[in-house]
Design a protein. Structure first.
Length: 490
């Protein structure tokens, strides 16, 4: 009932907002026989090349070349979670990514959950005429993002945009996954709701075809595929021709019920490609593929202008990010680092239980490498602080059981139901209203960022051990805060 109602509520402001959307670049002097759509999702700030992560200078070289050779045949889409996640991107709140995307010539981007990681206004300030510091002239979409203070879509976010390529009129609708508010720190998503996208997309697709004369409708959605089944059931009048998924970092490309469906991994490992073969404005066939440096030669080279821009970011941050911290002899996998952070938080706060979510640890430490702050940004990119609270053994057991929590560290063999225990976790996990921590006893924010905690520990391990191991005895001093259950205090 709620999902149906919220979808209906949004329809009114979608069409009001639609008046401000823009139609880009008319190319009616040519009839095209095919349309190439290139797609990048979940980049997470991966600017530079690293193994199978191709880097934006190489991806940009490919896209710029295709645009130059076939401007009337080319459309470039971004599936969200683009700007946050690496040291170079995070140091200036994602601005380097947006500058590079602008220079590459992206046509449109949808809002992902990690675009909220510093608060949505930090990102939207860079977009369009409504932005405070606009540097991007491509649209930022989010048709089902409801901002309560505006009773509608945020001012610098649009529900859809329209492109002209040759004889074609192409409508792109953008949405974020239903329920993804749970993946965002509460303070950054307060005042927003992500409404059920399916009825909104159906109404917009119908509107674009009937009122705007659109030939092809694309759904660009930061959604792993949960919305797909509904979209595939739309009537012909609201048909969607392709769905570009994101968020789950999967790699797939297939056609179902005549609809092209694609998601292209993460961190710039793939560039998705959808080609529509055309007879005038009618789609004759569709071909899908995932492009890499192995099957696309243009991805093996870099664009010199993009290289210079990236070099300027590196130079500006080099002293800060590349100062050696400690030698790491062996690869330490993501799960092992998650457990290590849980142990570090528990030990430093003298807690009984330490909890670190796997999503808060993004990648492994590479082996045979001198670790730097850049590595710490890669592994712990979020500005989470360490928080503590007292919970009963019953509350802890219930939380661990219901969430199937894997990454925790404790020195307690058995939690007694009515006994209080001190729990340490990061602020993202702590502040979620569906978790028990904000309702516990004597909550404390240490205001120590996890990344700073890790840096301090690595620095001490360098001094004492000479190299890093997640099995070393921890050396960081215990915080001088309350370590007695509240009822035993004098």
């Amino acid at each position: 009932m709620f999902k149906k109602l919220t979808g209906l509520l949004l329809i009114g402001f979608v069409f009001v907002t639609a008046a401000c959307t823009h139609v880009t670049r008319e190319t009616d002097a040519i009839t095209i026989s095919h349309l190439d759509i290139f797609y990048l999702n979940d980049l997470h700030g991966q600017i530079v090349a690293d193994g199978t992560r191709m880097g934006l200078p190489a991806i940009g070289h490919f896209l710029l070349t295709r645009q130059a050779l076939f401007p009337d045949h080319t459309l470039i889409l971004a599936g969200g979670d683009m700007v946050h996640g690496s040291a170079l991107a995070n140091l200036d709140f994602g601005r380097p990514i947006i500058e590079l995307m602008q220079q590459i010539g992206f046509d449109v981007m949808v809002v992902g959950n990690h675009e909220f990681d510093w608060g949505l206004p930090v990102i939207t300030r860079s977009f369009g005429a409504g932005g405070v510091e606009p540097i991007a002239d491509f649209a930022l979409l989010g048709a089902n993002i409801y901002e309560h203070s505006h009773s509608g879509i945020p001012e610098t976010v649009e529900p859809y945009t329209i492109f002209n390529r040759g004889q074609l009129k192409i409508g792109v609708i953008g949405t974020i996954g239903y329920g993804l508010e749970r993946t965002i720190a509460p303070q950054f998503v307060e005042g927003f709701s992500f409404l059920d996208p399916a009825p909104i997309v159906e109404d917009l697709a119908r509107y674009l075809r009937a009122e705007q004369g659109v030939d092809i409708v694309l759904l660009l959605t930061h959604d792993s595929g949960l919305v797909n089944a509904d979209v595939l059931q739309f009537p012909e009048a609201a048909r969607v021709d392709a769905i570009f998924n994101a968020h789950s970092h999967e790699v797939f490309a297939y056609v179902e019920h005549g609809v092209a469906i694609i998601q292209s991994g993460d961190y710039g490992r793939y560039v998705g490609h959808v080609r529509f073969d055309l007879d005038e404005s009618r789609i004759l066939g569709v071909h899908l593929e995932q492009l890499t440096q192995e099957n696309e030669p243009l991805l093996r080279h870099t664009d010199p202008d993009l290289e210079r821009l990236v070099a300027s970011y590196i130079e500006a941050s080099e002293d800060y990010l590349t100062t050696p911290i400690i030698y790491n002899p062996n690869v330490v996998e993501r799960d092992a680092l998650t457990a290590w952070m849980a142990r570090l938080m528990r030990t430093v706060t003298n807690a009984d239980l330490g909890l670190q979510n796997r999503g808060g640890t993004r990648m492994p430490f590479p082996g045979d490498t001198t670790l730097t702050l850049s590595h710490l940004y890669d592994v712990f990119p979020f500005d989470n602080t360490v928080k503590t609270v007292w919970l009963t053994g019953q509350e802890i057991e219930r939380f661990l059981r219901l969430t199937s929590w894997r990454n925790y560290d404790t020195n307690v063999e058995h939690f007694i139901a009515d006994q209080l225990y001190k729990v340490a976790t990061n602020s993202f996990v702590f502040d979620q209203p569906h978790n028990p921590f904000i309702y516990g006893i004597d909550p404390v924010d240490t205001h120590i960022p996890q990344r700073e905690l890790a840096l301090n520990e690595l620095t001490k391990q360098h001094t004492i051990y000479g190299y890093f191991s997640n099995h070393h005895r921890l050396l960081t001093d215990t915080l001088h805060n309350n370590n007695q259950p509240p009822e035993t205090q004098p």
